[in-house]
Design a protein around this ligand. Structure first.
Ligand code: FAD
Length: 472
């Protein structure tokens, strides 16, 4: 292989990309800003997890990692709702017991890095890309002195002059605040945007139990929907749960981070809203006061590559809010698509990167929109009886018309349907479900042959409508 590949970032996507490119024989070097998480005590005591779904698994399979990671993954077959009145309910994600999987982000990243190195990639740590000269394809690196043993957050930069590296083919897999993305955004006729939402998040932890490790249902994603805010919890293999509280930074009343500025207020807030969590998290007050609030961003950029010489991938190309659990999945799908283009087009990188942008940019935009939409669904609608009824009908329709109907959630989480197509299906499914629900009780209606005939007709119309969409 003629081209030498430089990757910025040894995160989830950068490490996976390194594996896939090494397997094709490319010389790969990766520059990572952080120290090696396999050696340093980064994030010690905290177990952050991500939901992996079908798109992510496919990419791991390509890298030969699926079986290895499966042993770390906990299937979550649905949402386990904890309602304000103390009642609980379970909503299955799929019609046939499909699941999304809770995976430790740190373990996954470590294994991907090790596999990348075993495949022959070189990862250089504590190397932060300060800037990129896009025209000449040069990167400028700063050595970062790692103080992670003192505090995982403190990185001190050396004052030495920047190291200049001439890249041949450069990938920016350096996350939401990508140096390559920043450089692209300063180029002529490149539009870019970043939108912070008014919500932030704080991570909290439920420790494993002494008698039974998982003190709540293990195979579910737990949600405490509270209208304008919500708490979620994903299971870890050690029996703990990683919880995330999503809430506005500022706002009216008491339900925002800025208002919870005293022990009394924090206690009152948790006692009122998350009473069933308190016995599981006796140190919630200390955790709440200790753990930082992080912000949530969506980024857009019109140009994903430059003349066959550089390209953005993963969060660097499309950082999204986490409410569909698709950020990593979308980044991994970028890698599978790029790998497919390499098979199709050989080494014609100009064409490969152009097609990569054409195929992935609309899907990056669509998954960003889907993620924002799902936020309202998770924090608010999942507790609404009309919405719950609709979900039940969706499942029934899926079982009655398995060839014709797959819900948007299933399309996103359990298929490889382009995100842009899933987005288009929303309007068609809204219209179909509104029609069905306008006739009253669905189960009772199904017993009437004339209703079944109408349903067949609606399904035919729906099928015609979506037939023009691209599903492969
Ligand atoms: C709260 C939360 C929950 C989430 N849950 C899910 C989920 O359930 N499912 C899911 O699919 N996704 C989820 N995501 C999204 C997921 O974390 C990201 O999409 C994923 O990590 C993107 O991987 P990446 O490799 O592109 O970027 P990153 O993971 O950000 O990795 C970028 C790497 O580049 C390095 N880097 C950054 N800047 C530089 C530089 N200048 N020079 C050198 N190196 C640099 C970083 O240190 C890092 O190692 C969640 C995100 C958040 C915030």
């Amino acid at each position: 292989m003629d081209r030498k590949i430089t990757i910025l970032g040894a995160g989830l996507v950068g490490s996976l990309l390194a594996i896939l490119l090494r397997r094709r024989g490319y010389d790969v070097i990766v520059f990572e800003r952080r120290s090696d998480m396999r050696k340093a005590a980064i994030g010690a005591g905290r177990s952050i997890n991500l939901a992996m779904s079908t798109r992510g698994w496919k990419a791991l399979e390509l890298a030969g990692l699926k079986q290895d990671i499966e042993s770390l993954a906990i299937p979550m077959k649905g949402r386990f709702l904890h309602l304000q009145d103390g009642s609980t309910a379970f909503q299955a994600y799929g019609r046939n017991g499909e699941a999304i999987y809770s995976v430790s982000r740190g373990e996954l990243n470590k294994r991907l890095m090790t596999l990348a190195e075993q495949a022959g990639a070189r990862i250089l740590f504590n190397k932060r890309c300060q800037k990129v000269d896009v025209v000449n394809n040069k990167i400028y690196l700063e050595d970062v002195v790692d103080n992670s043993n003192v505090s995982s957050q403190v990185l001190r930069h050396s004052t030495d002059p920047l190291e200049e590296v001439q890249a041949d083919l450069l990938f920016g897999a350096d996350g939401a605040f990508s140096a390559l993305r920043t450089a692209y955004s300063h180029s002529d006729r490149v539009s870019s945007a970043q939108d912070y939402i008014e919500y932030g998040y704080k991570e909290l932890n439920i420790e494993p139990g002494t008698e039974t490790p998982w003190r709540m249902e293990k195979n579910a994603l737990h949600i405490w929907p509270r209208g304008k805010f919500m708490l979620i919890a994903l299971p870890n293999t050690d029996g703990s749960f990683t919880c995330t509280l999503f809430m506005p930074f500022e706002g009216e009343l008491k339900n925002c981070f800025s208002a919870l500025d005293s022990e009394e207020k924090i206690k009152a807030f948790f006692e009122l809203n998350f009473a069933d969590v308190l016995p599981l998290m006796p140190d919630y007050l200390a955790q709440f006061q200790r753990n930082p609030v992080a912000s949530l961003i969506t980024t857009y950029i019109s140009q994903w590559h430059k003349s066959g010489n550089s390209a953005l991938i993963g969060d660097a190309a499309h950082a999204i809010v986490p409410f569909y659990g698709q950020g990593m999945n979308a980044g991994f799908e970028d890698c599978s698509v790029l790998d497919g283009l390499l098979t199709e087009l050989g080494e014609d990188w100009g064409e490969i990167l152009q097609r990569f942008q054409e195929r992935r940019k609309p899907n990056g935009d669509a998954v960003a929109a889907l993620a924002l939409l799902n936020f309202t669904e998770m924090r608010d609608k999942v507790a609404d009886p009309v919405f719950l009824e609709r979900k039940k009908i969706e499942k029934e329709i899926g079982l009655l018309y398995p060839e014709e109907f797959t819900s948007v959630y299933e399309l996103v989480s359990f298929t490889h349907t382009p995100y842009a197509t899933a987005m288009k299906c929303i309007a068609a499914q809204d219209a179909l479900l509104a029609e069905i629900m306008s006739h009253g009780d669905f189960k009772e209606n199904l017993l009437r042959p004339e209703f079944k005939l109408k349903l067949d007709q609606w399904m035919e119309e729906y099928s015609k409508q979506v037939a023009s969409f691209e599903f492969a």
